[in-house]
Design a protein around this ligand. Structure first.
Ligand SMILES: Nc1ncnc2c1ncn2[C@@H]1O[C@H](COP(=O)(O)OP(=O)(O)OP(=O)(O)O)[C@@H](O)[C@H]1O
Ligand SMILES: [Mg+2]
Length: 363
């Protein structure tokens, strides 16, 4: 088994820098997800690793071998694309058998592998059909199966679940993750769905505008986002942000957001790297780290309910400050109505502060 490493990988299309000096390593047997908004350079990165696109700069290593000049077929990689291309004149069975036939596998082994993979992907009943007799989701599972039967050194997947309905997607993401761990195949998986990334990845590389913003475990991205982009991109509903000024007053550190002022625990400030105050910051707090009270409590802020979104096991409570709507996630049911007066309190040990100028995390 092998690692994959890219160093300073860069790709331009005319004026567009699709991938901008990207460096990362995927360890042996690791499942890494490239996550980012549309157009951020995920597919282009994957295509360069597969050998389908030539980098303008940078190196690609598979194991210890520099593969920049190696044609795709010699890289021992299997890629599943956003749009799947099955052979239309072959049945599903023949499509799955094809990559093994050209590698001269014995007939019995081909049959065994196909039946195994077909069962895993729930396509056993479709083996005699042609691609045009399948739904989009079924075709996608066959394409996945065709990559799987080969057991390549490295798996590259580009939104392989995007055409499946919600229920099947949730099933498939668990199955894919289990399968990847069982087979121990080093995998790079592209998606713009953060729930998919968080549930499947060992580590996630968060992309924006061709650059990696942060590469870390799902937990670390969630709890210690390196900058505003990552903080806003990870989590649903997203982190709430408030513009504020951090200043010292009478030996205390005050966060002044205009609409409210908070005295921050000194322990929080001591752990941070703040050169001087006052400093303009963006304060971030996740919806689950705001408490709702019906009575005033210390350091609480009076506001009113804008709207309540009951989701069964949890309730999303929206409130408005200035022109912005903020969200609170409450575990359980909460009887509240639009217009009710509430007092909200932030869990001060869970707040994030970002330098307003650079967007970088300071706490
Ligand atoms: N062949 C091409 N010619 C010109 N521009 C391209 C080409 N391929 C990609 N781009 C541009 O490069 C940038 C990165 O594209 P890429 O396909 O890598 O994004 P992505 O992160 O995979 O997005 P999505 O989530 O929409 O699939 C985009 O601005 C895109 O328009
Ligand atoms: Mg893409």
């Amino acid at each position: 088994m092998v690692s994959v490493r890219v160093v300073n990988l860069t790709k331009r299309f005319g004026d567009v820098v699709a991938v901008d000096r990207v460096t990362f390593e995927v360890k042996d047997k690791e499942f890494v997800v490239l996550l980012g908004p549309s157009g951020s350079g995920k597919t282009t990165t994957l295509r360069m690793i597969a050998g389908l696109e030539t980098p303008d700069e940078g190196e690609i290593y598979i194991g210890k071998q520099l593969v920049n000049d190696l044609p795709p077929k010699d890289r021992d990689i299997a890629m599943v694309f956003q749009s799947y291309a099955l052979y239309p004149h072959m049945t599903v069975y023949e499509n799955l058998a094809f990559p093994l036939r050209i590698r001269k596998y014995p007939k019995e082994e081909i049959d065994r592998k196909i039946r195994e993979v077909a069962e895993l992907l729930r396509i056993s009943h479709l083996l005699n059909r042609k691609p045009k007799q399948l739904s989009g989701g079924e075709q996608q599972r066959v394409a996945l199966g065709r990559a799987l039967v080969r057991e390549p050194k490295v798996f590259l997947m580009d939104e392989p679940l995007s055409n499946l309905d919600a229920k099947l997607r949730v099933y498939m993401r668990a199955e894919l993750k289990k399968m990847q761990k069982e087979l121990g195949i080093t995998t790079i998986y592209v998606t713009h769905d953060q729930a998919e990334a968080m549930t499947m990845a060992d580590r996630i590389a968060v992309y924006n505008r061709g650059r990696i913003q942060q590469m870390a475990t799902p937990e670390e991205l969630y709890h210690k986002p390196a900058n505003l982009f990552v903080a806003g991109f990870i989590g649903a509903p997203g982190m709430n942000f408030f513009d504020a000024v951090l200043k010292r007053k009478n030996g205390e550190v005050i966060l002044d957001a205009g609409e409210f002022k908070l005295t921050l625990p000194l322990s929080l400030i001591e752990a941070a790297h703040i050169e001087e105050m006052p400093i303009e910051v963006v304060m971030g707090i996740r919806p689950e780290h705001i408490r709702v009270h019906k009575e005033k409590v210390p350091q609480s802020i009076e506001t009113e309910v804008y709207v309540v979104e009951p989701l069964g096991s949890e309730t999303i409570i929206d409130f408005k400050m200035g022109e912005t709507i903020y969200k609170i996630k409450y575990h359980g049911e909460m009887r509240l109505n639009t217009g009710d007066k509430i007092y909200i309190a932030f869990d001060l040990n869970k707040i994030h502060l970002f330098d307003k100028k650079t967007g970088k995390a300071i706490i």
